[in-house]
Design a protein around this ligand. Structure first.
Ligand code: ZN
Length: 416
């Protein structure tokens, strides 16, 4: 499928979808007009999370971004609210849920090589957050055996995974590392387990080389990254080339907003860096048109060894646009720190503490270290950071178990 064919298929779906939105969706009626050409599409304003949030507060509980009568919708999910804000509520119709599940079954599990005879374990507490709900539905649709791992301790999850001979693990990357640590402490060799594939979402870790290597070594498995958002849907999947995450262009229109605020369609050649902007093409009941994801990406259309025609986010999502921090004039993202931290087996959880001191950001990397030699480890890490990132950053050992833990998304940035 060449780029021209991808674009033609996108335009056709936009044409029909926007037409239905214009008929009855109060949120978008005033912002959109019929789409005949790409010029029509590119004149649409961008949509921000703040606008959707404000709309939901003014029109509780679901807001006005609804194309169909309320009784058409069959599922409610909400965002995890990790950015400290109120969660967004999001409704799906049976058709839009089927769209999510199909993308998981065909594209995400397809790319990772998950088969109907696999047993997929979800190390995740299923709640209102979308989390791995769509992954669960997708695996079921594929014909795999699905095992929910909610309401269990880490030790119970390990035992269940091994006893049931699970072959695929779905979790956040940080939680996979926690499972590996717990296995090591209990004298369990996970490389001897049946797990052959791990799929991760929620944080960029599985696209950070050192983190992916650590997970692969711990489980003796191949590790894949997946990107998606509650309000948007499943946007990307990594492939066997292992150097990034493909954008699922059969189901979304992707654009990039550069640092000067200009929005560009994806380039035919070369790469483009900025904030990912996405429009979903299969969720017309509560669509997002030109939505600012807040994710910082570098996108290329260079040919990939896996043969996918879809553009690729080099190195996955680099971080949240608003997670950038500055050390003596050097702009950094948490994933750059993670890449160096994960080279040290002794470091488990870590956090990036940011304090405002006389109008300047003062940054300290907090590390929980195993073993007796934590001080040496953190001073070597500080030297690595200085060499690799050109920034002098203080690194400090903190007691085991003192950093915040989550099975959703780890909060690397601690703003004090
Ligand atoms: Zn590829």
């Amino acid at each position: 499928m060449a780029t021209g064919a991808i674009r033609a298929a996108q335009l056709e779906r936009l044409h029909a979808g926007v037409e239905s939105v214009l008929r009855s969706n109060r949120f978008y009626q005033a912002r959109l007009h019929p789409v005949i050409t790409w010029n029509d599409f590119e004149r649409f304003p961008l949509t921000t999370k703040d606008e959707i949030m404000t709309d939901q507060q003014a029109n509780p509980p679901f807001g006005t971004n609804l194309t169909f009568p309320l009784d058409t919708y069959s599922r409610l999910h909400q965002t995890s609210g990790t950015s400290g804000s109120r969660p967004l509520r999001w409704l799906d119709t049976p058709q839009s849920w089927e769209w999510w599940v199909r993308i998981w079954a065909e594209q995400i599990y397809g790319s990772a090589g998950v088969r109907p005879d696999d047993r997929v374990f979800f190390a995740f507490s299923f709640g209102p957050f979308i989390g791995f709900w769509s992954a669960f539905g997708g695996a079921e649709r594929l014909g795999a055996l699905v095992v929910p791992g909610g309401a269990m301790t880490t030790e119970q999850r390990l035992r269940t995974m091994i006893e049931l001979r699970a072959t695929v693990l779905c979790s956040t990357p940080t939680y996979a590392i926690r499972l590996a640590e717990a296995a090591q402490a209990a004298g369990i060799d996970l490389t001897a387990s049946d797990i052959r594939i791990t799929i991760h979402a929620g944080e960029p870790g599985a696209s950070v080389d050192a983190t992916r290597d650590l997970i692969e070594r711990s489980f003796g498995a191949r590790c894949f990254d997946h990107t998606g958002m509650t309000e948007l849907g499943p946007t990307g999947v990594s492939c066997h080339a292992r150097d990034g995450v493909h954008l699922i262009e059969s189901e979304f229109v992707f654009e990039v907003r550069d640092d000067a605020g200009a929005v560009h369609s994806l380039p035919e050649t070369g790469t483009i860096t900025g904030e990912l902007v996405a429009t979903n093409l299969g969720r017309w009941g509560s669509p997002l048109i030109r939505y600012r994801t807040g994710d910082r990406v570098e996108v290329t259309r260079a040919t990939c060894a896996c043969g996918s025609p879809f553009a690729k986010m080099v190195g996955g999502i680099r971080g949240r646009v608003d997670d950038m921090f500055t050390v003596r004039g050097v702009n950094l993202y948490p994933s750059q720190v993670e890449e160096l931290v994960r080279r040290y087996n002794a470091i488990g959880e870590f956090g990036i503490e940011i304090k405002q001191v006389r109008g300047m950001e003062e940054v300290t990397i907090l590390c929980e270290c195993q073993g007796d030699d934590g001080e040496t480890t953190v001073s070597r890490l500080a030297a690595d950071l200085r060499l690799a990132l050109g920034a002098r950053i203080e690194c400090r050992q903190v007691p085991l178990g003192s950093l915040p833990r989550s099975e959703l998304k780890s909060r690397r940035l601690i703003r004090a």
